[in-house]
Design a protein around this ligand. Structure first.
Ligand code: LLP
Length: 425
């Protein structure tokens, strides 16, 4: 059930009117629903109940401390891609021993920080990374638990910018090199070979490619087992999509169905060939945890009728939400107040000096200057990809819990944007 619904003609987040939020806190503002967040996490947690499984939320999707804290309290671990993200986990009170560290370019300092907090696992993506990690761990008198990110070479059938498991991708170790890389890892003194992982892409509506990837990982675990290299966990990565509701687009597979199919395959394999040996299953969902829990609330500044197009100029821009400009992503936009007025077709654009600064194109809307709009499903890869381009302070963030609103990030001021800069003599 969506936590964003019209009540008396005005869009609400849970029990709070978005018009009231705009009046009190201004725009542009990200507004999240706590109930939606906990509900999405519960879809994963419920499907994992009674299993040896861990959900490591991919915090690149949304790394606000309040969101991390709410998820940590539900037992979530975290998938991080930088030392900065680890510091956020610590600041939010998350457990570093439930952290896995992904990414192709981990620095020495990031490895040190992660080792000093005894994180669960490094998802290693290359042989040079393996050697660097071995050296760093050795110098600290520690052993690093690792998993290899294997590139299963399956087509995720998503946007090329967010497909990551194909041969031409910079990510992971090629499937055909995986055995050799595991052998090399097993021979290193400060490396503890713990698992295997993959991440084939994002916004996948169908789980078939993920299940194909799982089959390939299982094949490798079997072959490694034959050589005496025993793995203890299998990490499926993230990738399950959400319903952005573009007309004609298929609905995403329900999380519970996908996890059910993963566990069924794993159970069958263990019963048949893996002699009941324990294997923990890890998931790294980002978008499917936070995507539909947030909207971007914005106000119409002007209506402009151009020669060929009508423009609805709003106070949110590509610096607040980059997905349309970056991926031509289709995001649903709706007025906060329902009206019976006649609609026109608009491009909804921001104030930034770039033609690419648009949020939605060719949308039928009945709007006037001063009206409020929302962009739906803006909770993932919205605020985390925001920038200060054009010296625009980033949006405020608010979470609604029933009838209560909490500001979880206040709006930036211009002075804060240049506070780190200095003049030369
Ligand atoms: N694990 C790894 C290693 C990843 O690289 C990612 C996302 C995830 C997990 C989480 O994937 P999800 O469950 O959210 O699909 N900015 C793009 C999406 C980039 C995804 C990058 N990796 C967008 O706005 O569509």
């Amino acid at each position: 059930m969506s936590q964003f619904s019209y009540q008396d003609g005005v869009l609400h987040a849970e029990g709070v009117s978005l018009a009231a939020i705009a009046a009190e806190h201004g725009t542009p503002t990200y507004v999240y629903s706590k109930a939606a967040l906990l509900g999405n996490f519960a879809s994963y947690a419920d499907a994992c109940r009674g299993r040896d499984a861990l959900v490591c939320y991919a915090m690149k999707a949304n790394s606000n401390l309040a969101i991390l804290d709410l998820l940590a309290r539900q037992g979530a671990g975290f998938d991080i891609v930088s030392g900065g993200e680890l510091q956020r986990v610590l600041a939010a009170g998350g457990d570093p021993r439930k952290v896995i560290f992904s990414g192709v370019g981990k620095s020495v300092d990031e490895m040190r920080l992660a080792l000093s907090h005894d994180i669960l696992c490094f998802n290693v993506e290359s042989i040079p990374e393996l050697h660097r990690l071995n050296d760093v761990a050795g110098a600290m008198g520690k052993t690093a638990r690792i998993s290899l990110r294997v590139n299963p070479n399956v087509d995720p059938k998503t946007h090329p910018y967010i497909a990551t498991g194909l041969k031409a991708s910079k990510f992971g170790v090629a499937f055909d090199d995986a055995l050799d890389t595991y052998r090399a890892a097993a021979a290193l003194p400060h490396i503890d070979v713990a698992g295997i992982d993959c991440h084939i892409g994002s916004q996948l509506l169908d789980d078939q490619p993920l299940l194909e990837a799982l089959d390939r990982l299982i094949e490798l675990i079997d072959r490694l087992g034959d050589e005496g290299i025993t793995l203890h966990h299998l990490d499926m990565g993230g990738g399950i999509g959400i319903d952005y509701r573009e007309a004609g687009e298929a609905a995403p597979v329900p999380v519970g169905d996908y996890l059910g199919r993963v566990f069924a395959r794993i159970d069958a394999w263990r019963a048949e060939r893996y002699a009941g040996r324990p294997i923990k299953v890890i998931f790294e969902p980002g978008r499917s945890i936070v995507g539909d829990t947030g909207v971007l609330l914005t106000r119409v500044e002007f209506i402009k009728h151009g020669e060929e197009k009508n423009f609805c100029i709003v106070d949110a821009a590509m610096n607040d939400m980059a997905r349309p400009a970056l991926y031509q992503a289709w995001m649903d936009m709706q007025p906060v107040a329902q009206t019976a007025a006649e609609s026109k077709t608009y491009d909804i654009v921001g104030p930034i000096c770039e033609s690419g600064d648009w949020l939605a194109r060719d949308r039928d809307l009945a709007v006037e200057a001063g009206d409020l709009l929302v962009m739906h499903s803006a909770g993932a890869y919205g605020m985390t990809m925001a920038s200060n381009y054009n010296t625009r302070g980033r949006a405020a963030e608010i979470i609604v819990d029933g009838a209560t609103t909490h500001v979880i990030r206040r709006r930036e001021t211009p002075a804060e944007l240049y506070a780190l800069e200095s003049l030369i003599n």
